[in-house]
Unconditional design. Structure first.
Length: 94
């Protein structure tokens, strides 16, 4: 379980694994707009590549791996390799 993780921290950690999200405020967010409590995932980015349900589930699992191990560079590098592989299999312009 993730505790006290800000949107800014999640955005940075996922970015190190080549997963692009945006830190985003949530309703009644107690945190500053420069920090935030949430993140936003751009669904057009995954659909543009042709990801289907299976690939999105896989990506969500990788995101959880990174966020559960935010300071573990080995996990982040392992996820990054998987992200690069899936992006090669599903290029933006095929």
């Amino acid at each position: 379980m993730i505790k006290n993780l800000t949107g800014k921290e999640a955005d940075a950690a996922l970015g190190r694994a080549n997963i692009t999200v945006n830190k985003n405020s949530v309703p009644n967010d107690p945190k500053s707009p420069f920090v935030t409590s949430g993140i936003r995932i751009g669904s057009p980015a995954v659909t543009r590549r042709g990801f289907k349900e299976a690939e999105v589930k896989e990506l969500a699992g990788w995101m959880c791996d990174v966020l559960d191990n935010i300071n573990d560079e080995a996990v982040i590098e392992r996820v990054k390799a998987k992200v690069l592989d899936i992006c090669a299999r599903f290029p933006v312009y095929a």
